[in-house]
Design a protein around this ligand. Structure first.
Ligand code: ADP
Ligand code: ADP
Ligand code: MG
Length: 455
């Protein structure tokens, strides 16, 4: 049965994105907002807004009882968790299910399985998906040295419960293992309430390539091709594109097949992303993790395939079949997304919250802006610094880069600092246009940018 009313359990651009998808499908919306977001765009465009608690996320966007009570009290039959916050929280998905509310995402069991990188690695191995050489949980530091020797330096400590690039530490020398273990485990404990770590071989010349999958409750699992998200700072994505360039057919087909096989094996339902690391020197791919939610960068896939990923999630949550079949999915042109953050790139990417006094985004053919910002909007200091995602679609990669360059040049923002100047600098780099990039590349570019700005 079609959904009637959906609680939006998130904020910012993704809350706006989900509300718009609901509106197109004729689903009423209730925005759950914190005190800091009472006047937000999501609060204004939803049919109703309900304040669920103070600004601090633990009191509002992470408050499961408040969200479930609000959903029930406002007669919602569905909850969309967006990304971040409770989107990959087993207890929240289970609480929704127990109260007869459709959680717009996979089952609590699938979230549990894929939410822990060690469990996910075991399942990937079961279905024959290649894994980077790694270890089981390192319970005692004393065992790390021997394991690191076996794997070979450099290695990464990773938090089993990790996400958003937190709890990851690279180690180049054996004598640094101890301090990396201690900091990664403290960070994992603080961020996820779970200090479990494991080791993985660090791939130096690597690309991050991920496959978007969609699955329904009727046994259909399809993929929408791949995205390249290699441009990262501190293991966080900054710029993404679709399709992923320069892959051999064997690599591309291998990743697609692996992603669909994994989703099918666990009985996955909804949208999900299977992330891989591609060893560019050896032409091999390895499973990284599966994100059991809508991804920040989903619009680049939407631009090249024409499939509305959030609408498909809502359909699946209502028990309906996917509206697209694998044979209908085709890719047209190339799309690039820039994550525009309220940060001062010249000051080491320091947060820059505050009032936006001028907001004049570019418009035109092939340009999409996913944002909750507007002139007069005050970017609160409490949350993620993402204020907009600028997405462009072009004939091919060169055309998309040219359009993005032009769109960024026309994007005027005052009152806060943003990462727009940094994105413009990135796009000017000949290596970017020439596809000479890997997951390390952007760190060097960021350092050069900061150095050039501070002379
Ligand atoms: P994506 O691949 O969608 O870009 P990210 O890993 O960058 O995913 O995370 C998207 C958002 O979700 C970011 O705001 C990030 O801080 C947040 N996030 C990701 N994983 C977690 C987690 N396990 N716990 C809390 N927040 C998370
Ligand atoms: P998170 O859950 O924080 O997103 P991931 O396992 O997806 O953690 O890794 C985040 C990023 O760290 C990847 O996109 C990649 O750039 C880098 N990374 C992860 N594993 C490896 C590896 N084995 N070798 C090189 N880089 C890696
Ligand atoms: Mg990841």
């Amino acid at each position: 049965m079609a959904l009637q009313r959906c609680l939006i359990a998130n904020r910012g651009e993704i809350a706006v994105r989900v509300i718009r998808a609901c509106q197109r499908l004729g689903i009423e919306t209730v925005a759950a907002v914190s005190e800091a977001d009472r006047d937000s765009m999501a609060a204004r465009i939803a049919d109703r807004a309900v304040c669920i608690g103070p600004a601090r996320a633990t009191d509002s966007y992470l408050n499961i009882p408040a969200l479930v009570t609000t959903a029930l009290g406002t007669g919602c039959d569905a909850v969309h968790p967006g990304y971040g916050f409770l989107s990959e929280n087993t207890a929240f998905a289970a609480a929704c299910a127990e109260n007869g509310i459709a959680f717009v995402g996979p089952s609590a069991e699938n979230i549990r399985q894929m939410g822990n990188k060690l469990v996910a690695r075991d399942i990937a191995q079961e279905v024959g998906v290649p894994l980077a050489p790694g270890s089981p949980r390192i319970a005692e530091f004393s065992t790390a040295r021997g394991i690191a020797e076996e794997i070979g330096m450099p290695v990464l400590f990773k938090a089993a419960a990790g996400g958003g690039g937190r709890g990851i530490r690279i180690v180049h020398r054996h004598e640094d293992l101890r301090s990396a273990f201690d900091t990664a485990s403290a960070e994992a404990q603080a961020a996820f309430g779970d200090n479990a770590l494991f080791l993985e071989r660090y791939i130096g010349n690597a690309r991050h390539v991920e496959v978007q999958v969609l699955a329904d409750s009727h046994g259909t699992v399809i993929h929408l091709g791949e995205r390249d998200c290699s441009l990262q700072r501190r293991y966080q994505k900054i710029l993404e594109e679709a399709p992923a360039f320069g892959l051999t057919d064997a690599l591309r087909d291998g990743m697609r097949e692996a992603a669909v096989k994994l989703a099918r094996h666990i009985g996955y339902e909804s949208a999900g992303t299977v992330e891989f690391i591609v060893d560019a020197d050896r032409g091999e791919f390895f499973f990284l993790e599966m994100n059991t939610r809508v991804q920040v960068e989903h619009p680049v896939t939407e631009m090249v395939t024409g499939v509305d990923i959030v609408a498909e999630q809502l359909r699946v949550a209502a028990g309906e079949p996917l509206s697209v079949r694998q044979e209908d999915v085709t890719t047209t042109g190339h799309a690039v997304e820039c994550r525009i953050n309220a940060e001062a790139p010249a000051r080491g990417f320091a947060p820059s919250p505050g009032r936006i006094t001028e907001w004049a985004p570019p418009e035109g053919e092939g340009i999409r802006l996913d944002s909750h910002a507007a002139q007069g909007y005050v970017v609160p200091p409490f949350y993620d610094s993402l204020v907009a995602k600028l997405i462009v679609h072009g004939r091919d990669r060169d055309d998309a880069i040219a359009r993005m360059t032009e769109a960024l040049a026309r994007f005027r923002v005052s009152g806060i600092e943003t990462t727009i100047p940094f994105h413009r600098y990135v796009l000017e780099q000949p290596d970017f246009a020439a596809e000479r990039i890997n997951t390390n590349w952007l760190e060097g570019v960021a350092e050069a940018f900061v150095a050039a700005e501070t002379v």
